[in-house]
Every structure is written in structure tokens, then in C-alpha cells.
Design a protein around this ligand. Structure first.
Ligand code: AMP
Length: 553
């Protein structure tokens, strides 16, 4: 089948961009897609979503601004001045391309019509251009496309290559349009899209009429099921009202393990392949029976106890060699679910059933099954929670034995109970104007604790307040300014806030010698004054109680 002209897609996208109505955006795209075969639908949906390659693919086809600008100048004969003027006017490289191509000095003589297939081939060439000479190869590819493009095509081509569509066609609407074009229900569309993980692949299957039969497959990671947070054991027992599994909440890295044909691969929560970071997991499952996909947590574990999670971060950032890492913080995989077994999806089976399959797979491997106990009453949940904390785990994930594996959903049968984060009451001593959306307000606060008669800074918080609270803060901070350094102000220590944080580390950045990690403001303590704030002793106590004591890098 001959590939469809790219112009049709560019025109459809221009109409989508021109209407604020979501309904109309969906209608335009779905009627456009209806005329396409599977291959074209794949390319068109991908471009409409602002991508020139499959989601999760190792190689990207995106092209940098400077290359695009160079090519645009070459193709259109525009000067640097023309380009800057146009960019200042539009603030969008796609629109710059459209304007410059429309003014093009030398018109192409034999303009061949660009098809979606041409774009697909060109994107593949861009993805495969690597190493020496790749810059000029990419430039050549982009140039030949732009030479053949009309101004409108050039605009959407450049938008796809920069990933900046700005048509207001968010993924949800595009999914809806694909469903409408090919007669799929909302549920069928959502499921097929989720399992395939790429809007283009989904559109292709929808156009071919095979979207309803999309199944989970090894080496195609699927979105993880997530747990809904609960504050107390009481709420959890109320929520379920029957006997449930209380599993320990392991503090490590979530990992999906796929095995097929003797090959084992590991994927992260962001669906990236992380196999090379976890040689122990690969080794654990090399001799396991058959094909499967497991969900679980990679936990640094030694001597029957978990080690601090931070020990894994270095290996994920690929900062050291894995042999060394594996010795310092060996990883055990704690499996808690199974999504696929011997050619069949298992996500729709009840958890009790999946557990049975999981046990068979894990038995005889060095991996372990997540530990679990049956609980029902508030007291039982509380007791399980305490046991988990005593053993060094983070808390509990409580699961409904009858529930399916709800891919990509939070809640739906899983509830988590964690210990509250530490908090400190601190006083604001300095503040700065924010950036971007917060450029006009004072939204960054440096805060301090008491040290005898002095105040010592321990951190800086940017988040936690509502816009209204930030406006009020801005007004008050201006009133109590002692010294105005322009973007930064020193203020009288009067405003007390309660900050929550993940941990304390030693740091030379603040005069207390400590820094709070990821501090966020929990609330403004209007009920407290500067004499009520916490002292440095409290910071030291939290620091020395931590499992892992980190010095700032
Ligand atoms: P949170 O990161 O606080 O949202 O908690 C959810 C995370 O807990 C999951 O994404 C998993 O990485 C982790 N986790 C640890 N143990 C379990 C378990 N037994 N079941 C499910 N998730 C778990």
C-alpha cells in the first residue's frame, strides 16, 4: 500500500492546534486516522504525540536546535538575523521553520510529495546515526526532508524533531481519537495502549483491528501497580474489612524481571532496562523454570537484614563497577507478584492464585518471596507494622487476595502504611524570589534551628505551600526584611514553619554543619514563635538515629 501524504497529517494537526475544544481535537484526529493503514497510523500517532521514535527505544531521533537552525538557514537562505527575529516573534522553532520556508528565496523545482513512510525512514536514519560523522549525516537527512517540505509540513516536522508539538493534543485525547477512529471502547484502548507502552504501536494495532488481543509479552515492560497511602492501621482495616495480606514494605528499587528463552532482563519503574545494574538478579533467575514476568523489589540485603537503600543509588548512577558494588551491598530480589507465566498473562487472576504461581517460580532460586501475614483487625495490622519496623523494613503494603494486578494504577487493592517522616520546627531567616511561574514572589526560604543563643541554618525549602500562602508569605517577608540584596532578603526571624524531610546529612553549606534532605513545608506554625523552635540537639539526634549517615558529596 502506498504511504499517505504527510501534508494530511500536518493539516490535521494545524486544525487541532487552532481549536481550544477537546472534543473537536479528538474529532479532527480520529477522522484523519480513519483513512490510514496500520503502518501509517503508527507513524502519524507517534508524530502527533511529539515523538520521532518509539517510547522506551534506546535511540532517539531528536535533533538539536543548533543543527535545525543551521539546516533551516541553508535550505531557506535566511540570515542569522532573520532567524533570531523570527524566533523572538514566535518562541517556537516549528513556527520559525514555517515562516522561513514560506519566504524561501530559492523555490524547489521538483518538489516530491513527502509521505509518512518517507518520514519513518528518515527518523530511522536519524536514530541509527552514531559516532564519527553522525552530525553531518543527521544534518543531511534533515536537509533533504526540509527541502521537500511545504511550510506547514516543515513546521510539524521540526516540532516532531524537537518534541515540542504544542497542539494541546495530550496523550489521553490522542488515545481517545485512536479509539474513536477504529471503534474501540475506552477500556480496550486504555489497556492496549498501556500494555504496548507506545502510542504509535497502539495506533498500529488499532488500525489493524488487533488491539483487543494485545497481550503482555516478555521483554516489553508494563506499568507497575502502585499502592495508595494510608495514615493508620485503623484506616487500613476499615478500608478492606476482611482478611488481607500484610507484606513487608521493602526499601529498595522496584524491578520487573522478565525471563524468556533463558534470557533474563530487568526493568525499572520508569520502564527502562536496568539489567546491567543488577547482575545478581540475572544470576538468581538464570536457572529458574520457564518464562515469566515478576514484580518485586531489589533490596540491598546481608546477614538476614536489609541494608540502607542509599547503598543502591551509586550502582544505579553507574558510579562504580558492579563487582565492587555487589560485594558492598549485595542485592536480594524480593518478589511479590507475577504478571505472565508460560505464554499466558496472569494479571487478571486473583492475587491468591498469582501467589501460588509465584511461589513455584521463586522456589529453588536465591530470590525470595516477599514475607506476608494474614491480618484483619486494626490490632493485627498494627502488630504486623511493628514487626516490619523492628526487622528494619519501611512498613507494610496491604493487599486484597482477591484483587487483580491493576497495571499502572494506584490503589485498586494495594494500600501502604509507612512511618511518618521526621519533622522539625524551624524559623525563616532569609528568603529569595522564585523562578519561572514564581518569579514575582518570594518562594525559597532558608531556615534555621536554635544553637544556644544563636540561630544556625539547616536548609532551604521551596515547596509545600499553596500559591495563596506564598503570596501572604511574600507580603510578610517584605515587612520583616532587615537587608535587601535584590533577589535575596535577610529577614527578622519571626516566621516559624514545620518542615518534613527525608533525612539529615552533614554539610558545609549551612552554618549548623547539617542539611535536611528534601525538606518541604508541612505548615506555617502561626501558633509558635522563634523561641519555640527546635534546637541543634534535635537535628543531631535524628542524624545519629539514622541507619545511614551521609556526608554531603
Ligand atoms: P512508595 O514508594 O512509598 O509510594 O511505596 C510504594 C513502593 O513500595 C512500591 O513502588 C515498591 O517499590 C515498594 N514496595 C516494597 N515492598 C513492597 C511490597 N511488598 N509490595 C508492593 N510494593 C512494595
Amino acid at each position: 500500500m502506498k504511504s499517505a501524504p504527510f501534508l494530511g497529517l500536518a493539516e490535521a494537526l494545524e486544525r487541532v492546534r487552532g481549536t481550544p475544544s477537546k472534543k473537536e481535537k479528538v474529532a479532527v484526529v480520529s477522522s484523519y486516522l480513519r483513512g490510514l493503514g496500520p503502518v501509517d497510523a503508527t507513524v502519524a500517532a507517534r508524530i502527533a504525540s511529539g515523538r520521532a521514535s518509539e517510547r522506551g527505544s534506546k535511540d532517539e531521533a531528536q535533533v538539536g536546535y543548533s543543527t535545525l537552525l543551521d539546516v533551516l538557514r541553508e535550505v531557506t537562505g535566511a540570515s542569522e538575523g532573520d532567524v533570531s527575529k523570527s524566533y523572538l516573534k514566535h518562541g517556537d522553532l516549528g513556527e520559525v521553520a514555517e515562516e522561513l520556508l514560506a519566504d524561501k528565496k530559492a523555490q524547489t523545482l521538483f518538489a516530491e510529495e513527502l509521505t509518512l513512510g518517507d518520514l519513518d525512514e528518515a527518523f530511522a536514519r536519524l536514530r541509527s546515526a552514531k559516532g564519527h560523522g553522525s552530525a553531518s549525516a543527521k544534518k543531511g537527512t534533515v536537509k533533504s526532508l526540509l527541502l521537500a517540505a511545504t511550510p506547514l509540513e516543515g513546521k510539524y516536522l521540526v516540532k516532531a524533531l524537537t518534541g515540542e508539538m504544542r497542539t494541546g493534543l495530550v496523550t489521553g485525547l490522542l488515545e481517545e481519537a485512536i479509539a474513536a477512529a477504529y471503534g474501540l471502547s475506552k477500556e480496550e484502548a486504555a489497556r492496549a495502549h498501556m500494555v504496548l507502552g507506545d502510542i504509535g504501536a497502539f495506533a498500529g494495532r488499532a488500525a489493524a483491528g488487533t488491539a483487543a488481543s494485545v497481550r503482555i509479552q516478555p521483554f516489553r515492560p508494563v506499568n507497575f501497580m502502585l499502592a495508595e497511602p494510608f495514615a493508620t492501621a485503623h484506616e487500613i482495616s476499615e478500608r478492606f474489612g476482611r482478611t488481607v495480606y500484610a507484606e513487608y514494605k521493602y526499601d529498595g528499587v522496584r524491578a520487573q524481571v522478565h525471563r524468556s528463552g533463558g534470557d533474563v532482563r530487568v526493568y525499572s519503574r520508569r520502564l527502562e532496562e536496568i539489567t546491567s545494574s543488577f547482575p545478581e538478579i540475572v544470576a538468581s533467575f538464570r536457572g529458574a523454570p520457564g518464562d515469566f514476568i515478576l514484580d518485586g523489589e531489589a533490596v540491598p540485603f546481608a546477614g538476614g537484614r536489609p541494608l540502607p537503600f542509599q547503598l543502591l543509588q551509586r550502582r544505579l548512577r553507574r558510579m562504580e563497577d558492579f563487582e565492587e558494588a555487589a560485594k558492598k551491598a549485595p542485592v536480594t530480589y524480593f518478589a511479590f507478584d507475577i504478571l505472565f507465566r508460560e505464554g499466558e498473562e496472569t494479571v487478571s487472576l486473583p492475587l491468591s492464585e498469582r501467589r501460588r504461581l509465584l511461589r513455584e517460580v521463586v522456589a529453588g532460586t536465591p530470590a525470595r518471596l516477599a514475607e506476608s501475614s494474614d491480618v484483619r483487625s486494626e490490632e493485627e495490622v498494627q502488630a504486623a507494622f511493628r514487626r516490619s519496623r523492628e526487622l528494619g523494613y519501611e512498613g507494610l503494603v496491604v493487599k486484597d487476595p482477591a484483587g487483580p494486578y491493576a497495571m499502572g494504577k494506584r490503589g485498586g487493592g494495594w494500600a501502604k502504611l509507612k512511618e511518618e517522616l521526621d519533622t522539625l520546627d524551624v524559623v525563616i531567616v532569609a528568603a529569595e524570589y522564585g523562578h519561572g511561574k514564581r518569579a514575582g514572589v518570594i518562594s525559597d526560604y532558608t531556615f534555621a534551628v536554635r544553637d544556644g543563643g544563636e540561630l544556625k541554618t539547616v536548609g532551604k525549602a521551596y515547596s509545600g505551600l499553596t500559591d495563596k500562602e506564598i503570596d501572604e508569605m511574600t507580603r510578610r517577608l517584605k515587612e520583616i526584611t532587615v537587608k535587601d540584596f535584590g533577589y535575596r532578603r535577610q529577614v527578622r526571624p519571626e516566621i516559624v514553619v514545620e518542615v518534613a524531610f527525608d533525612s539529615v546529612q552533614r554539610s558545609g553549606r549551612h552554618d549548623s554543619g547539617y542539611a535536611l534532605r528534601f525538606p518541604r513545608i508541612k505548615r506555617i506554625r502561626t501558633d509558635k514563635g522563634p523561641s519555640d523552635i527546635d534546637g541543634i540537639g534535635e537535628v543531631e539526634r535524628i542524624f545519629s538515629g539514622q541507619k545511614l549517615k551521609v556526608d554531603e558529596a
